[in-house]
Design a protein around this ligand. Structure first.
Ligand SMILES: C=CC1=C(C)c2cc3[nH]c(cc4nc(cc5[nH]c(cc1n2)c(C)c5CCC(=O)O)C(CCC(=O)O)=C4C)c(C)c3C=C
Ligand SMILES: [Fe+2]
Length: 487
C-alpha cells in the first residue's frame, strides 16, 4: 500500500457535504477535498462537515451511477487500492451531465501529470495593460448580465487602459513586475521533487490564467508528453468563482474541444484550505513571526484576504467567504492547541471598481484598530501562497504605512508559504490522494457555448459591442466615473 495513503493522520475520515453552485448553467461541486489529511481541530469539528468512519470499495460503474454527488472508491492506478476513497465531486471533475469516462489504461502504462493553475502576473511594466485586459475580459471577473456579455472585451479594453497607470505604479514599486511566475515555477519544481521522494515520478506543469505561461501552453505540453492521468491543482487554498472557478472553466473548455484530452482521466482539487498540512504550515509561520515581537501575546493576528464582490457570494453562491472563515477558524484552533490564543481578526483587501466588496475592508479595519488602542499587529495574507503585488506593495507598503499612521507601533507580516517544505509535502499528499479518482471531462457542451458558436451571431455581437464601446470611450462622463473608482 502506498506509504502516504496508508499513513493514517486521522482516526476517522471526514467528509464535507457536497454543495452545488449553479452558475450560468455551469455546475461547480464544492465539497472539494479528499478525506485524509484534513485538519481536525483537537476538540471540535467543523459544523459544516459530517464524518464517516467506514468507506466501502466500489467499482467504476458506481461512479457513473453516482454522477456528480456520487461516493466511490477507485482502484489505485498503480495496482493498489486507495483506502480513503473519494467523492467524484470532492476532488474530481464535476461534469455537466454527470457522465464520466473510465480509463482503460493499466498501471504500468500510466504517465502522470500535475497541472498547477495560477493567476499569472505581468513580468515587465509593458505587460501590465495587456495583462489587465486579459483579467477584465474574463467573464468570471467582470460578470455581466447575459444580455450585455457582448460588451465584455470592449469594456475590458476600457478598464485596462484606465487602470494601467495605477497598477504600473504598484508593479514599479516591487521591482518592475510580478514575481508570480518565478515562485510558481519553484513550487512546481519542489512539488515534483516531493512526489519523486514519495515514489511517484510525475511531470509538473504550470498554467496561468492571465499571463505566460498560459494554461493553453501547459495543456499543449501535456498532450505532447502523452500524459495518461492528470491531477489539476489550483494554487488557491479557497475556492472562488473568480479564481479556481475561472481557471477550471478555461480548462474544461480546452479539454472538451480535443478528442485526446476529453478522454484523459483528470482529477481536480477544488480547494485545500482544510488540509492538515496547510493549516499547520500556516500556524508554523504565524508562531515564528509572533516570536519576533517584544510581547508576542499582545499582538493582534490580522488575516487579510483578497476580496471578491459581495454579489459573488450572495447572488452567485461563491463559497469563498465561508471557506475563508472556516480556514481562519482552523488556523486559530491549531494555534490555540499550541497555547497561542492571541486576538485575531479577518478583513478583505484589494477591491477594484464601483461595486460593494466583501467587508470589512482591510484599510478601514486598520484605522479602527489603531483608534481602539491596538499597538502590535501581525498581518497574515491568507488567500494566496506566493508573494505578489498585494503582499509586497499593498500590505508591506500601503497598509503598513496606514497602520503606523493610525497608532499601531509594532508591525509584522507573515511571508507567503512559497516552497515551505511542510506545505509542499502536503500538496504532494493531496496529489497522491486525488489521483485515483481521475475521470474524463465530459465532451458535452453547455447551451451557452453552442449558441456562441454561431458565426453570424458572433459578428453581430462584436459589431454592436464595438460601436457601443466606442461611444462609451468617447463619453467624458463615463471616463471620469471609471477613473474615480479605479484609481
Ligand atoms: C484568492 C485570490 C484572488 C481573488 C479572489 C481575486 C479576485 C479578483 N481580483 C480582481 C482584480 C485584480 N486582481 C489583480 C491581481 C491579483 N489578484 C490576485 C488574487 C486574487 N484575485 C493576485 C495574486 C494578484 C496579483 C498577481 C501579480 O501580478 O502578482 C489585479 C492586478 C493588480 C492590480 O491592478 O491591483 C486586479 C485588477 C478582481 C476584480 C477579482 C474578483 C472579481
Ligand atoms: Fe485579484
Amino acid at each position: 500500500m502506498n506509504a502516504t495513503l496508508s499513513s493514517s493522520v486521522l482516526p476517522q475520515t471526514k467528509l464535507c457535504r457536497s454543495k452545488l453552485y449553479v452558475l450560468d448553467q455551469k455546475v461547480y461541486g464544492l465539497s472539494s477535498h479528499t478525506r485524509s489529511h484534513l485538519y481536525v481541530p483537537r476538540h471540535s469539528y467543523s459544523s459544516k462537515c459530517t464524518f464517516q468512519a467506514s468507506i466501502g470499495l466500489s467499482s467504476s460503474s458506481a461512479d457513473k451511477r453516482n454522477g456528480i454527488l456520487g461516493e466511490s472508491c477507485h482502484s489505485d492506478p498503480f495496482g493498489k487500492r486507495n483506502p480513503v476513497g473519494q467523492t467524484v465531486c470532492s476532488v474530481g471533475v464535476c461534469t455537466y451531465d454527470g457522465t464520466t469516462v473510465e480509463s482503460p489504461l493499466h498501471a504500468m502504462e500510466e504517465k502522470v501529470g500535475v497541472l498547477l493553475l495560477n493567476l499569472g502576473g505581468p513580468e515587465t511594466l509593458n505587460d501590465v495593460q495587456p495583462f489587465l485586459f486579459n483579467l477584465f475580459a474574463d467573464p468570471d471577473i467582470i460578470r455581466l448580465p447575459r444580455l450585455f456579455q457582448f460588451l465584455q472585451r470592449p469594456l475590458a479594453q476600457l478598464i485596462s487602459v484606465l487602470r494601467a497607470p495605477k497598477s504600473k505604479e504598484g508593479y514599479a514599486a516591487i521591482g518592475g513586475g510580478s514575481p508570480l511566475r518565478k515562485i510558481t515555477d519553484e513550487q512546481a519544481h519542489a512539488l515534483q521533487m516531493a512526489l519523486e521522494a514519495k515514489g511517484m515520478p510525475v511531470n509538473v506543469y504550470v498554467g496561468m490564467r492571465y499571463w505566460y505561461p498560459f494554461t493553453e501552453e501547459a495543456v499543449r505540453q501535456i498532450k505532447k508528453d502523452a500524459i495518461t492521468r492528470l491531477v489539476v491543482l489550483p494554487l488557491y487554498p479557497q475556492f472562488s468563482i473568480s479564481t479556481t472557478g475561472s481557471s477550471i472553466r478555461v480548462l474544461q473548455h480546452i479539454f472538451r474541444e480535443d478528442a485526446y484530452l476529453s478522454r484523459l482521466p483528470v482529477s481536480i482539487i477544488n480547494s485545500w484550505y482544510q488540509r492538515e498540512g496547510y493549516i499547520k504550515s500556516m500556524a508554523d509561520l504565524i508562531e515564528k513571526e509572533l516570536n519576533n515581537f517584544a510581547e508576542p501575546k499582545e499582538v493582534m493576528i490580522f488575516f487579510s484576504a483578497h476580496g471578491v464582490p459581495v454579489s459573488y457570494v450572495e447572488d452567485a453562491g461563491d463559497p469563498y467567504r465561508d471557506q475563508m472563515e472556516e480556514c481562519i477558524s482552523f488556523i486559530m484552533q491549531e494555534l490555540k492547541a499550541r497555547g497561542i490564543d492571541n486576538e485575531h481578526t479577518l478583513a478583505y483587501q484589494s477591491r477594484v471598481g464601483p461595486v460593494q466588496w466583501l467587508k470589512p475592508y482591510t484599510d478601514e479595519v486598520l484605522v479602527e484598530l489603531g483608534q481602539k488602542g491596538v499597538r502590535s499587529l501581525l498581518a497574515v495574507p491568507v488567500s494566496f501562497v506566493s508573494e505578489h503585488i498585494e503582499t509586497l506593495e499593498e500590505i508591506d507598503m500601503e497598509y503598513r504605512e496606514l497602520a503606523l499612521e493610525s497608532g499601531i507601533k509594532s508591525w509584522g507580516r507573515v511571508p507567503a508559504l512559497g516552497v515551505t517544505s511542510s506545505f509542499i509535502t502536503d500538496l504532494a499528499d493531496a496529489v497522491i490522494e486525488a489521483l485515483p479518482s481521475a475521470t474524463a471531462i465530459s465532451p458535452s457542451r453547455s447551451i451557452s457555448e453552442v449558441v456562441d458558436d454561431d458565426p453570424v451571431r458572433y459578428v453581430i455581437k462584436m459589431f454592436f459591442g464595438s460601436i457601443l464601446a466606442f461611444f462609451l470611450l468617447l463619453s467624458p462622463k463615463m471616463i471620469k466615473a471609471f477613473r474615480n473608482h479605479l484609481t
